[in-house]
Each structure stands twice: as structure tokens, then as C-alpha cells.
Design a protein around this ligand. Structure first.
Ligand code: S3P
Length: 190
């Protein structure tokens, strides 16, 4: 992929829990060889504990603050192009939505409600879904967050029926088109 303009050549994956961001991120890594950053994993490594434990010990706000700090850092530290897979709630803060757009090409992965429910059912790693009625919680969160994902995304991808490699190839192609159509510093828009 060629450098174009001021926008970093990162590919950022956003979307609700269990929509495949980490898996598609790994496929993009296989295709591109760019470093893969998973915001949840970086936050866990830095805190020395799991996301679940961070929520339990310090509360959701502390976790959201860690997400914002990491995005600020990524947006201000010059780096070679990266693939950035994010946590599903990263779009909750307006500052994060602005930072995501500034970081590069933002891809919103979506999956049907039934798929999200099935994939998260037996997994207790997601503190927001540890409730009596996870389906109602998922539905409510999706409703609230959809406009925020939409606000951030350059590309929306419905993942149903596609495997993660196909998705990664599609993302790569559209990222190429996107980056090559950005105005460059040496070629200002008319
Ligand atoms: C969250 C999603 C999780 C993780 C945390 C909060 C959310 O990431 O960041 O549990 O608010 O949707 P995944 O989207 O990778 O599950």
C-alpha cells in the first residue's frame, strides 16, 4: 500500500462484541504483515490483569480512560502502518470517535444479533454481558452504539456468510482504494 497524504495508513476495526474484529485483524496481519494492535490486549498487558478484572477492581470508567489514553498515544506517535482491533465500546466516548477517524481507515464489522448471542453465550470474559438477561443487554447496547459506529466508520461490513479471510481481503481492497484517493501533501485538492 502506498503512502498518501497526512492520514496514517492504519486499518482500524470497530464493531460490537463478538463481530470478529480480533479474528479479522489476525487475517489482515497474515495478508499485510503490519503489526497488529488489539486495544483490549494492550490495556490488559499494561494493567497486568484481564478486562474483566479491571472492570471489577476499578470500574468501567477506568477502562474507558485506558482506551482513550491508548488512542491518544496511537494518534500522536508516528509509527509504520498498523492494524488496530478495538474493544466494542471504544466508540462510546466522543473523543475516541474523533481519534479513531484520525487514525486511518475505520472499518465497522457487523454481525446479526443471533450470532452475537451465540458467540458470547458461554464466555464470561465480557463484564457488560454478565447479567440476568444478556440478550436484552446486547439489544440495548447495539441500539445505543449503532449511530456511534456509523459516525466513525469509513466502511461498514456485514460479516454474515463470509469467512474472516474473505472479509480481510475485501477490507484490504477497499483500504487501497480509500488511501489512494486521499489528497496528498504534494497534490493538494483543486
Ligand atoms: C466491551 C467490549 C470488549 C471489551 C470490554 C468492553 C464493550 O471487547 O473491550 O469487555 O463495551 O463492548 P470485544 O469487543 O473485543 O469483546
Amino acid at each position: 500500500m502506498h503512502m498518501s497524504g497526512e492520514l496514517p495508513l492504519n486499518i482500524i476495526l470497530i464493531g460490537f462484541m463478538a463481530c470478529g474484529k480480533s479474528t479479522v485483524g489476525r487475517n489482515l496481519f497474515d495478508l499485510l504483515g503490519y503489526p497488529l494492535i488489539d486495544t483490549d490486549s494492550v490495556i490488559e498487558q499494561r494493567a497486568g490483569k484481564s478486562v474483566r478484572q479491571i472492570f471489577a477492581d476499578e470500574g468501567e470508567d477506568a477502562f474507558r480512560e485506558a482506551e482513550t489514553e491508548l488512542l491518544r498515544e496511537l494518534a500522536t506517535t508516528p509509527a509504520t502502518p498498523q492494524i488496530i482491533a478495538t474493544g466494542g465500546g471504544i466508540v462510546v466516548r466522543p473523543e475516541n470517535r474523533m481519534l479513531l477517524r484520525r487514525l486511518g481507515y475505520v472499518v465497522w464489522l457487523r454481525a446479526p444479533l443471533a450470532t452475537i448471542v451465540r458467540r458470547t453465550r458461554r464466555n464470561n470474559a465480557r463484564p457488560l454481558l454478565q447479567t440476568e438477561d444478556p440478550v436484552a443487554r446486547i439489544t440495548g447496547l447495539l441500539e445505543k452504539r449503532d449511530p456511534w459506529y456509523r459516525e466513525c466508520a469509513h466502511l461498514r461490513l456485514d460479516t454474515a456468510g463470509l469467512d474472516s479471510r474473505e472479509l480481510a481481503v475485501g477490507i484490504l481492497e477497499s483500504a487501497r482504494v480509500f488511501f489512494t484517493s486521499q489528497p496528498t501533501a504534494s497534490c493538494p485538492p483543486p
